[in-house]
Design a protein around this ligand. Sequence first.
Ligand code: ATP
Ligand code: MG
Length: 310
Amino acid sequence: MSQSAPLEVSDTPLAVRVRDLSKSYGEVKAVRGISLEIPRGCVAALLGPNGAGKTTTLEIIEGLRRADSGQVEVLGTSPERARRRVGVQLQESALYEDLTCNETLRLFGRLYGYEADAAALLELVEMGEVGDRRATNLSGGQKRRLQIALTLCNDPELVVLDEPTTGLDPIARRQTWAMIRALHDQGRTVVLTTHYIEEADQLAEMVWIIDQGQVVAQGSPSELVAELGAAANVSVAAGEAAGLDQVAGVVRGEWRDGRWELQTREVGGVLREIADRVGEEALRDVSVRPPTLEDVFLRRTGRRLGEEGA
Ligand SMILES: Nc1ncnc2c1ncn2[C@@H]1O[C@H](COP(=O)(O)OP(=O)(O)OP(=O)(O)O)[C@@H](O)[C@H]1O
Ligand SMILES: [Mg+2]
């Protein structure tokens, strides 16, 4: 069925419903059967490595790209009809360098037929003092924040942010998180993409882990982690020859950069056996941490999120 035929239910509590979406660019299968159900009012994250198909999925939701097959419903209607109710930050978008922040916001508002309250929007993104500054004179982080303010010009119910914090320093990233939480507190639905595990973990109520055009896991961060059966990660500095992946109780183990990285639900027993195998010495450099979304990705794909080919 084509995406231009929305699903029949239109008073859905879902902000976005995507069913079995596929999209290829020539030979490249960018999206291979993605389904998403994003409730209204939540912050949802699509988490995945470069080339996973996140931007393609968002552009179809935004009505900027057509799917090859599958169904898409946005705010109870087609992406095209919903467009005026959706605020969009593209992964790469330019600002008019010669316009001031105030002028840029008013221009974008008018494009949507809105009289944007530039001062209030700049206040929201903590840029109240720079309304009269030209875009060309803003820092990278300020430009990104202005772009988030621009997504709000049409007072959207749904805000779609493609990698809102990529390239920002940790402080600017946290400021952006605070803004996104403010949008959530205003009752808007936020859908964002990210490569950052911590960002999905800290911000999102629902996470879809996307890899190679498919959803490999979905749920709240805590549900996804709980799915691992609460296996902890034990990291021990020891030679490859120690073969610690063979220790009883280790569910998965690999040797990287001079350390064994092990997953286990039986931390005590595993540590005792490691001590027997490699001597108490090894236990001087050992760390134990609870599982994270990174472990969910590793479990589902056999790779780490930042790894080559991931
Ligand atoms: N316009 C295009 N023409 C051809 N191939 C494309 C086009 N846009 C994306 N692709 C390819 O489709 C795949 C998915 O790309 P997409 O941009 O959706 O991924 P992404 O998850 O957003 O990646 P990133 O994290 O790098 O932004 C990639 O292999 C990419 O090279
Ligand atoms: Mg992208």
